[in-house]
Design a protein around this ligand. Structure first.
Ligand code: ADE
Ligand code: ZN
Length: 334
C-alpha cells in the first residue's frame, strides 16, 4: 500500500475546523446571488487571486468579508453540508467544529439562525454520512471579554448543543488572560476549553492558556517549540495540539512545510494532530494536509498512523467511542 493509499484509508477526526473557513468561493458566489448581495469579486479567479496572505490579519479581513453573504438558516446549512461531504470523502468520521457567532450576530444575523442551520446539516451528516460531530462555540478575541459573556447569555437556549468553547481571531495583543474570567465561567458550566495560542503569539500565550487557564486543547501551538520547559509540560500533560500545516504555510507562520513542527512534536511524544483550519482559503481539506505534511517531513507510515490515532485520542468523544475509532484506525493500517 502506498502512503497516499494509507492516508486515504485511515479513519480520521478533524479537531480544528472553522466552518466559515470552509466557504468555497463557488458557494459564496451562489449565496451572494441568492441573497442579492454584491461581492467585491466578480469572478472565481478574482476571488482566488485574493487568497494570498502574509499574516493572520490579512486572512481574517477576507474571512470576515466573505461570510457577509451568509444570512439565512439555509445558507448555514448549505455551508456546513458542503464541508461534511468533503470531509466524508477524506474518511473523516468525526469532526469538532468551531463557529464564530459574533461575526454573524454583529451584523444582525440572529444566533438561532446561524446555529440551527449548522445543527440541521450536522444531523444530516450523522444520518446520511455516518459522520459524528460536536460543535464548539468560539469567542472572537479582538472583542472585549464582556462581549463573550453576552454571547454566553445570548446562547443559553443552545448550551446543550456545544461540547466546548474556543478563542480565535487576531492573536497578537489579545492574550489568553484577557479571557480568564470568561473561561473560568465556561469551565464551571462544564464546557471543554479550547484556545488558539502560539500561532503568531509568543510561547507565553501558550503558557497562559495551558497553565493559567488550564485549557483542554491548544489550537496551533507552533511557538511552544521555542520553549523547552513548555514542551516538557505538553509532554507530561498530553494536552493536545491541533496543528494545521497548510494554514501555517498560507499565513506565513512557517516559510516552508519543511519548517513545520509536526515531526519534532511527534518525536518529542506530544499529542499532536493534523487538521485543515480554513480549508477553502488554504488550499486543501484534511486529506491534503496529511499528504503534504507527510511528503514535506518524510513522515513514516507509522507516524502517519499515529496522527490518525491522535486525532481520536485528542477528541472529546467518550472513551468507548474513542476505542472503537482507534480499533478502526489500526484495522485500516494493517
Ligand atoms: N479564525 C479562523 N481561522 C483562524 C486562525 N487560523 N487563527 C485565528 N483565528 C481564526
Ligand atoms: Zn483556527
Amino acid at each position: 500500500m502506498t502512503q497516499r493509499d494509507l492516508i486515504r484509508r485511515l479513519p480520521k477526526a478533524e479537531l480544528h475546523l472553522h466552518i466559515e473557513g470552509s466557504f468555497e468561493p463557488e458557494l459564496m458566489m451562489q449565496l451572494a446571488a441568492r441573497n442579492r448581495i454584491d461581492l467585491r469579486f466578480r469572478t472565481l479567479d478574482e476571488a482566488k487571486a485574493a487568497y494570498n496572505f502574509s499574516n493572520l490579519q490579512e486572512f481574517l479581513d477576507l474571512y470576515y468579508e466573505g461570510m457577509q453573504v451568509l444570512r439565512t438558516e439555509e445558507d448555514f446549512h448549505d455551508l456546513t453540508w458542503a464541508y461534511l461531504q468533503r470531509a466524508a470523502a477524506d474518511n473523516v468520521r468525526h469532526v469538532e467544529m468551531f463557529f464564530d457567532p459574533q461575526a454573524h450576530t454583529g451584523r444582525g444575523v440572529p444566533f438561532g439562525v446561524v446555529t440551527e442551520g449548522i445543527l440541521a446539516a450536522l444531523k444530516r451528516g450523522e444520518t446520511e454520512l455516518g459522520l459524528t460531530s460536536y460543535l464548539i462555540l468560539s469567542f472572537l478575541r479582538h472583542l472585549p471579554e464582556e462581549d463573550g459573556f453576552a454571547l454566553l447569555k445570548g446562547s443559553e437556549g443552545w448550551h446543550d448543543k456545544f461540547v466546548g468553547v474556543g478563542l480565535d481571531s487576531s492573536e497578537m495583543g489579545h492574550p489568553p488572560l484577557k479571557f480568564e474570567r470568561l473561561y473560568k465561567r465556561c469551565r464551571d458550566m462544564g464546557f471543554k476549553l479550547c484556545m488558539h495560542a502560539g500561532e503568531e503569539g509568543p510561547p507565553q500565550y501558550v503558557r497562559e492558556a495551558l497553565i493559567d487557564i488550564g485549557v483542554d486543547r491548544i489550537d496551533h501551538g507552533n511557538r511552544s517549540m521555542e520553549d523547552p520547559a513548555l514542551i516538557q509540560v505538553l509532554k507530561d500533560t498530553q494536552v493536545p495540539l491541533t496543528n494545521c500545516p497548510l494554514s501555517n504555510l498560507s499565513l506565513c507562520v512557517i516559510r516552508d512545510l519543511k519548517d513545520s513542527p509536526v515531526k519534532a512534536q511527534l518525536e518529542a511524544g506530544l499529542m499532536v494532530t493534523v487538521n485543515s483550519d480554513d480549508p477553502a482559503y488554504f488550499g486543501g481539506y484534511i486529506g491534503r494536509n496529511y499528504e503534504k505534511i507527510a511528503d514535506a517531513l518524510t513522515l513514516s507510515d507509522a507516524q502517519v498512523v499515529t496522527l490518525a490515532r491522535n486525532s481520536f485520542a485528542a477528541s472529546f468523544l467518550p472513551e468507548a467511542a474513542k476505542a472503537k475509532h482507534l480499533a478502526a484506525v489500526d484495522a485500516a493500517a494493517r
